[in-house]
Design a protein around this ligand. Structure first.
Ligand code: DXP
Length: 255
């Protein structure tokens, strides 16, 4: 069970909706992923013109929790404005805080992200900041009161997988709120690895929407997340320096 603020989910895979070419494929991929949480950029919704067709039109909104994100914001003030627009439009009170600091790496701006979280918490939002794999920032945000932290595995859309496992491990070890590994994942083994490390969930988009067969990849990601979580809960053997025979030597006939 994944608990973020007051929200409870069975699935530990959160899916981004920003990059699908085909809305029918998107809805089949969402189904195959088993996700319960869909994230999307508020700016893409065209909230003033609700009668225009948009990317969530083919999604049964009663079955999913929407996680609006503040993509497009480069300052804390912009992020807060976008979050307030989302809430005023009847979208979920959860907000993924995404304040990008640089158009090339798309890495989040830690200072503006922190400021945005502070303001949004005061306004009563359930706050999920997207951050780099920065151990100290993750800690400071949790002291501030955020409801989850979302460290990137690697830059958005890069498919580089987990670039700094040490940092992610430390963030996870020290966390007092759910850790959702977000961005840069490419394969089900990346997702499984994040879960084996003890992440509470993963969020991905490009790995599914940009794959050859998004519906199959969505299912593969679901299985990767489930396998990784199961392995984490089962407890993996410690890594040893030397071999340890798999068959007991006792009772063997020596010739
Ligand atoms: C949908 C969303 O919020 C993305 O920006 C998210 O960070 C996923 O990144 P990938 O596309 O690398 O999976």
């Amino acid at each position: 069970m994944l608990k973020i603020g007051e929200h409870v989910f069975q699935s530990r895979l959160l899916l981004g909706t920003g990059k699908f070419d085909d809305l029918e494929v998107q809805s089949q991929a969402i189904e195959a992923s088993g996700t319960e949480v869909l994230t999307f950029a508020v700016r893409r919704l065209n909230l003033e013109e609700r009668n225009k067709k948009h990317f969530l039109d083919m999604v049964d909104l009663d079955r999913y929790t929407l996680l609006p994100n503040t993509a497009g914001a480069s300052t804390a003030e912009e992020a807060v404005r976008i979050a307030e627009l989302a809430r005023a439009s009847g979208l979920c009170d959860m907000i993924k805080v995404e304040v990008i600091g640089d158009g090339i790496t798309l890495l989040p701006d830690p200072i503006e992200t922190y400021k945005a979280c502070e303001m949004l918490l005061h306004k009563g939002f359930t706050v999920l900041p997207y951050i780099s794999d920065d151990v100290i920032l993750a800690k400071r945000l949790q002291l501030l009161g955020v409801h989850a932290v979302m460290p990137g595995a690697s830059p958005i859309g890069s498919g580089k997988g987990i670039m700094n496992p040490y940092n992610l491990e430390v963030i996870i070890e020290q966390a007092v709120v759910p850790v959702i590994v977000d961005a840069g994942l490419r394969s089900p083994s990346d997702a499984a690895r994040a879960m084996e490390m003890g992440a509470d969930a993963v969020l991905l988009n490009t790995a599914v929407s940009g794959s050859g067969y998004p519906v199959d990849m969505a299912k593969a990601m679901r299985l990767g997340v489930e396998a990784g979580r199961l392995a984490y809960e089962a407890g993996m053997i410690p890594v040893k320096r030397y071999a340890a025979a798999s068959s007991p030597a006792e009772g063997m006939i020596h010739t």
